[in-house]
Design a protein around this ligand. Sequence first.
Ligand SMILES: Cc1cc2nc3c(=O)[nH]c(=O)nc-3n(C[C@H](O)[C@H](O)[C@H](O)COP(=O)(O)OP(=O)(O)OC[C@H]3O[C@@H](n4cnc5c(N)ncnc54)[C@H](O)[C@@H]3O)c2cc1C
Length: 390
Amino acid sequence: MTGAPRAPVVVIGAGAVGVSVAAHLAANEVDVILCDRGHAAGKTTGKAAGLVFSQFHDPVDVRAMAYCLDYVDRLDREEDDFTFHRTGYLRVGTEAERPTFEREVRIYRECGVDARLVEPDEIDEIEPALVTDDLTVGSYCPDDGHVDPHTFTTTMLRRAERDGVDYRPNTTVTDIVLDGDAVVAVETERGTIDADHVVIAAGPWSKQVARLAGVTLPLKPYRVQAMVTTEVDFDVIPVYDAAMGAYFRSEGSGVLVGDGTEEFESDPETYDERPDLSFLETAGEVMERRLAAGDVGVVNGWAGLGSGTPDAFPLLGNPPVEPGANRQVDGLWVACGLQAHGVMRAPIAGTLVADAIVAGDDRVSIPEYDPNRFDDDPGDFPVRELMKLE
Ligand SMILES: Cc1cc2nc3c(=O)[nH]c(=O)nc-3n(C[C@H](O)[C@H](O)[C@H](O)COP(=O)(O)OP(=O)(O)OC[C@H]3O[C@@H](n4cnc5c(N)ncnc54)[C@H](O)[C@@H]3O)c2cc1C
């Protein structure tokens, strides 16, 4: 049984998720050493679009987002330099998607979220920049919005450091040292750190980092893409367009268009960080057809990695040595598998893992997120793009 911490907890990875874990532990007066092989928000987190919303498909995820929205709102009020842009988030589609929107709005309202079904008139009113010709229905939540992922993470980090977290950038973890079935230390390129708790929050690299402790995670990194256009003469709130299969929002004086999900595994060491031509074409169509933006250019485009799991729920907790096994490594924790939604869900990942460590439990309090939930090895599994309406 994993016990409450005696030595400092080592958190591996200073993306939004690792920083949140560290911040939540430190707020509970736990000593934390936070290692990153680069720097905070330097990898996947820095590539995110920063959408923050309740509008997931499963009530478990919707309820979990209540904590996240409250957290970003508090961070905005309590810390200078960080802003939660509470613009609202609109999802739109055609009659084919109406039953899904109706079902999901019912779920949101049952979960206490201020969400509503919207018809064409209201879609026009909420977002006048949209060309709505084939769009006949949608869902809208005024409390959703977006953050700058980098500032969000560095603001959490500043708070964590104030609470005592020892942040060590440019510190690659090269091994997780076990004594029998228990964690005792990590090896880094800068020396050994003793630890009886280690949290792997290495985003898409979590699978390879877990292997250092002999643990196999059911995790598939997959490419997702975004691009930012040159200047346009309108603003647009975050919108997911089910008909076009893309989302967009204002970014500076241009528009950020995202998705381009590849539903197969990519290697985080070798994947192509450039956007595909086909994604850029889709984004161009979105600008022309949905936003009537005329002649716009591309300022920047990129691909990063989501982290898929067999059921699209995260992996948060003390994992089995392989899916379905009933043996764990004592003191080893994971905070990963957040699909392509890990910035907005970093607060819930942080609080669940920190609470379990502080309480001396080996399970987090949302069973659907417990990495021990699989009865057997799921083998190869399809990647699910979570924004897509099902
Ligand atoms: C184009 C795009 C758009 C996205 N849009 C959104 C969005 O709108 N909203 C949202 O919530 N999410 C979005 N995401 C997903 C989001 O970016 C990720 O889910 C999230 O950033 C994952 O954070 P993380 O901390 O788990 O991983 P990362 O940010 O990748 O952090 C992991 C860290 O671990 C470090 N690391 C790896 N190996 C080691 C090691 N051996 N030793 C030490 N450190 C190590 C890395 O250097 C890295 O800094 C998007 C992603 C992309 C690519």
